[in-house]
Design a protein around this ligand. Structure first.
Ligand SMILES: NC(=O)c1ccc[n+]([C@@H]2O[C@H](COP(=O)([O-])OP(=O)(O)OC[C@H]3O[C@@H](n4cnc5c(N)ncnc54)[C@H](O)[C@@H]3O)[C@@H](O)[C@H]2O)c1
Length: 293
C-alpha cells in the first residue's frame, strides 16, 4: 500500500502545544501537511520545532473556548495557507473528583472548553468546508465519554457531547462531502497523569506502553482523503484500534404497553440477539412500528 501523505493539505490541530495534539501535528507534518499548531501555551515552540524539520507550520495562541477565539484560529489558518482540509479538535481539559465533590468552577471550565469550544471551532471552519464541497473533521472524545468512569462525571458528560456532535455532523455533512469522525484515545500525557492519580499500576502501564505517537496514526487515517470513515468513533491507544458503535436491541413493540409489560418482558428488551446498529436517531422510528404478521 502506498504511504498515506498529506502534501499540499492544511491541517489545523487545537491544543497541539503538547501531548496528543503535538504528536498529531508532528506526524501530519512529516507526511507533507502544512500544520496550524493551536494552543494556549507552547504553540510557538511546538511550531518552531516542526518548521525546523523543513515542514510548514504556524503557531496560533487563541483560546478556542470562545467564538472570537475560534474565529481568530480560522483567520490564522486562512491567512497562512489560504484554505483548510482537515480540522482536528483535540484541545480539552480534565478536572477529576467524586461527583459530590466536583467544583462548580471546574464544571464550568470543562463545559466551556470541551463542549462550547469544539462547537465554536467546528462552526468557524464548517462554511469553508461546505463551500469547497470537502472537509474532514476528527474530534477527540474519551473512553470516559463513551463508557463512563467513576470520578469523572463532568468530564465524561462533556466527552459524551462530543460523540453526539460527531454523529450529528457526520449525518449533516454527508451531502457536502464532509467527513466527521472521532477518537477515544488512551495515552500517557499530562492530563492522563492527572486523571489517574492514585492508580499507580494503570499509570505505569500507560507510561510504558501508550505513547501519544501510537494514537496519531488513527487520526491521520481518519483525516486522509481516501478514508471512507465518517460518523465513527475509534478507540485508539497503545497500538489497539477498535470501533465503537451504538445499537439498539430488537426489543419489543406493544401498543398496549404498561409498566408491568416492561417488567414482564425485560429479558426480551435487553436481549442483544439480532441487535440493530442504527445510522441516525430518526431511523429508530422504523424499529418502533409493530411487526406485521
Ligand atoms: N491522554 C489520554 O489518555 C486521553 C484520554 C481520553 C481523552 N483524551 C483527550 O485528548 C485530548 C488531548 O489531551 P492530552 O491527553 O494530550 O492532554 P494535555 O493536557 O496534555 O493537552 C491538552 C492541550 O489542550 C490545550 N488547551 C486546553 N484548553 C485550551 C483552549 N481553551 N484553547 C486552546 N488550547 C487549549 C492545553 O493547553 C494542552 O496543551 C483532550 O481532548 C483529552 O480530553 C486524552
Amino acid at each position: 500500500m502506498s504511504k498515506l501523505r498529506f502534501d499540499g493539505k492544511t491541517v489545523v490541530v487545537t491544543g497541539a502545544g503538547r501531548g496528543l495534539g503535538h504528536a498529531h501535528t508532528v506526524m501530519f507534518a512529516a507526511r507533507g501537511a502544512n500544520v496550524v499548531v493551536n494552543d494556549l501555551a507552547g504553540a510557538d515552540q511546538a511550531a518552531e520545532g516542526i518548521s525546523a524539520t523543513g515542514a510548514q507550520a504556524v503557531a496560533d495562541g487563541h483560546d478556542i473556548s470562545t467564538p472570537e477565539g475560534a474565529a481568530g484560529l480560522a483567520r490564522t489558518a486562512f491567512d497562512a495557507f489560504g484554505s483548510v482540509d482537515v480540522l482536528v479538535n483535540n484541545a480539552g481539559v480534565g478536572r477529576f473528583a467524586p461527583f459530590a465533590e466536583e467544583k462548580q468552577a471546574d464544571f464550568d471550565l470543562i463545559m466551556k472548553v470541551n463542549v462550547a469550544g469544539i462547537y465554536h471551532v467546528t462552526r468557524a471552519f464548517w462554511p469553508h468546508f461546505v463551500a469547497r464541497g470537502q472537509g474532514r473533521v476528527v474530534n477527540t472524545t474519551s473512553p470516559a465519554g463513551m463508557l463512563g468512569n467513576a470520578g469523572q462525571a463532568a468530564y465524561s458528560m462533556s466527552k459524551g457531547a462530543i460523540y453526539a456532535l460527531t454523529r450529528s455532523l457526520a449525518v449533516e455533512g454527508a451531502e457536502h462531502n464532509i467527513s466527521v469522525s472521532a477518537i477515544a484515545p488512551g495515552a500517557f500525557t499530562d492530563m492522563a497523569a492527572q486523571s489517574l492519580t492514585g492508580h499507580d499500576a494503570t499509570l505505569a502501564r500507560l507510561r510504558e506502553e501508550m505513547p501519544s505517537e501510537l494514537v496519531s496514526p488513527v487520526v491521520l487515517y481518519l483525516a486522509h482523503e481516501t478514508s471512507p470513515a465518517s460518523g465513527i468513533t475509534l478507540d485508539a491507544g497503545g497500538g489497539r484500534v477498535g470501533a465503537f458503535f451504538t445499537g439498539s436491541t430488537l426489543g419489543i413493540v406493544d401498543r398496549a404497553l404498561t409498566p408491568e409489560v416492561v417488567a414482564a418482558r425485560w429479558d426480551e428488551i435487553i436481549d442483544r440477539t439480532g441487535y440493530e446498529v442504527l445510522p441516525d436517531g430518526n431511523s429508530l422510528i422504523a424499529l418502533r412500528r409493530p411487526a406485521k404478521d
